[in-house]
Design a protein around this ligand. Structure first.
Ligand code: KG4
Ligand code: ZN
Length: 338
C-alpha cells in the first residue's frame, strides 16, 4: 500500500510517499525561508500564495522520486491543522482533488500528532507509556502517550513557543530567519554561563510552559550591553539564551516524568534539530534510566513523511475508509481532538 501525504501547515510545502510498512519512498520539502526572511517571520498571505505556486511541482517530484505515478497511490493524506488556515487550505484542496479524481480514501491528519509520529517512523517499538516533548515554531507542548494513537495533553505554552522565542531574538539582532538554526550556529563555542537568565516557573504547579519572560530578559540584556551582530560577546549571549530555553524545556520534562512516570521519552518538532537540546534530552533520559527517542533532523522540521506515517498507523487493520471530501482545516489544536 502506498500513501501520498501533503503538508502545507506553515511555510514548508511538502509531499512524501510512504508504504504501509513505513518505508519512505520519497520525502520532498520546499522551504519558503527566502520568501519570509526579509520580514523576520512568516507572512501568512505570502505563505499561502507560495504554496499555491509550488504544490503541483512538489507532489509531482515526490511521485517521481518514488518511481510511481498518481494511479499507484492507494491512500491520500493531508495535514488538516493546526496551522495557518490559508496555507492548510491549499494542501487540503489539492489533496481532495487528487482523492476525488482517483477515487481513493483521503485521511485528515493532525500536525502535532504527526510530529510525534516522526519518532515512531524510525523506531516503531517505542515502549509505552511515553512522554513526548514537542518543540516547534508554533507549539511547545508535553503529551502523555498511553499507547499507539492514544495521548493526552499535559501542558503547553501560555505565550510564545520555544522556537518563536529563538526566532524573535534572532530577528531583533538582525541575524536572519529562521532564528533557531542561526542562533545554534552563532552560539557555537560561546560561554553559556556568561549571561544569567531566570527560568520561568508556573505558580499554579501546572506543566504549562512560558517563554515570553525569557524573551523579555533577552531583549533587556540586548539593550543593556548594546548587543549586536558584531558584538564580541554575541556567541556568549546566544549560547546563554539557547541554554536557558533548553533548561526551561527540560525542567518541565523532569517535573512531568515525576507525576506521570514513563517508560520512554520522545523529543520532536523543529527545535528538536538543536544539538544542545538533543544532547540535554539524552542526558536527562540516561540519568532517569529511560530511553530517548529523537527523530533524525529531516523528520524534526515540517515534512510530509510524518503525515504519511500517521496515516499508515491510522489505516492499520482497518477496511478502506470512505472517500471523505468534507474535511475542513482547523487553525488551533483542540483538546477535543485528543
Ligand atoms: O516544526 P517546525 O518545522 O514548524 C512548526 O511547526 O512550527 O519548527 C520550526 C521551528 C522554527 O522556530 C525554527 O527556528 C526552529 O524550529 N528550528 C531550530 C533549529 N532548526 C529549526 N531551533 C533551534 N535549533 C535548530 N537547529
Ligand atoms: Zn511543525
Amino acid at each position: 500500500m502506498n500513501i501520498l501525504a501533503i503538508e502545507t501547515s506553515c511555510d514548508e510545502t511538502a509531499a512524501a510517499v510512504v508504504t504501509a510498512e513505513r518505508r519512505v519512498l520519497s520525502s520532498v520539502v520546499l522551504s519558503q525561508d527566502e520568501v519570509h526572511a526579509p520580514f523576520g517571520g512568516v507572512v501568512p498571505e505570502l505563505a499561502s500564495r507560495q504554496h499555491l505556486r509550488s504544490i503541483g511541482y512538489i507532489v509531482a517530484e515526490s511521485l517521481q522520486r518514488a518511481s510511481l505515478s498518481t494511479g499507484d497511490i492507494d491512500v491520500f493524506a493531508v495535514t488538516q491543522g493546526p496551522g495557518l488556515i490559508g496555507s492548510l487550505l491549499v494542501g487540503l484542496s489539492f489533496a481532495k482533488g487528487l482523492a476525488y479524481y482517483y477515487r481513493k480514501p483521503l485521511l485528515g491528519i493532525d500536525h502535532l500528532e504527526a510530529h510525534m509520529e516522526a519518532a515512531f517512523l524510525e523506531n516503531p517499538d517505542i515502549p509505552f507509556p511515553a512522554l513526548a516533548l514537542l518543540v516547534s515554531g508554533g507549539h511547545t507542548s508535553l503529551f502523555f502517550l498511553k499507547k499507539r494513537l492514544q495521548f493526552r495533553l499535559l501542558g503547553r505554552t501560555r505565550d510564545d513557543a520555544a522556537g518563536e522565542a529563538l526566532d524573535k531574538i534572532a530577528k531583533f539582532l538582525d541575524l536572519g530567519y529562521p532564528g533557531g538554526p542561526v542562533i545554534e550556529k552563532l552560539a557555537h563555542g560561546g560561554n553559556s554561563g556568561k549571561f544569567a537568565f531566570a527560568l520561568p516557573r508556573m505558580k499554579d504547579g501546572s506543566l504549562d510552559f512560558s517563554f515570553s519572560g525569557l524573551k523579555t530578559a533577552g531583549l533587556k540584556w540586548i539593550g543593556e550591553t548594546k548587543m549586536s551582530s558584531r558584538h564580541p560577546e554575541l556567541p556568549d549571549f546566544l549560547a546563554s539564551f539557547e541554554a536557558a530555553v533548553v533548561r526551561a524545556l527540560l525542567e518541565n520534562v523532569i517535573r512531568a516524568a515525576e507525576r506521570f512516570p514513563p517508560e520512554s521519552l520522545i523529543l520532536c518538532g523543529g527545535v528538536a534539530r538543536n544539538r544542545r537540546l538533543r544532547d540535554g534530552f539524552e542526558d536527562l533520559a540516561r540519568t532517569s534510566g529511560l530511553k530517548a527517542f529523537i527523530p533524525s533532523p529531516q523528520f524534526c522540521t515540517d515534512n510530509a513523511a510524518m503525515v504519511a506515517a500517521l496515516a499508515a498507523e491510522k489505516m492499520r487493520g482497518k477496511k478502506r475508509p470512505p472517500l471523505s471530501l468534507d474535511l475542513d482545516a482547523y487553525p488551533r489544536f483542540s483538546r477535543a481532538r485528543e
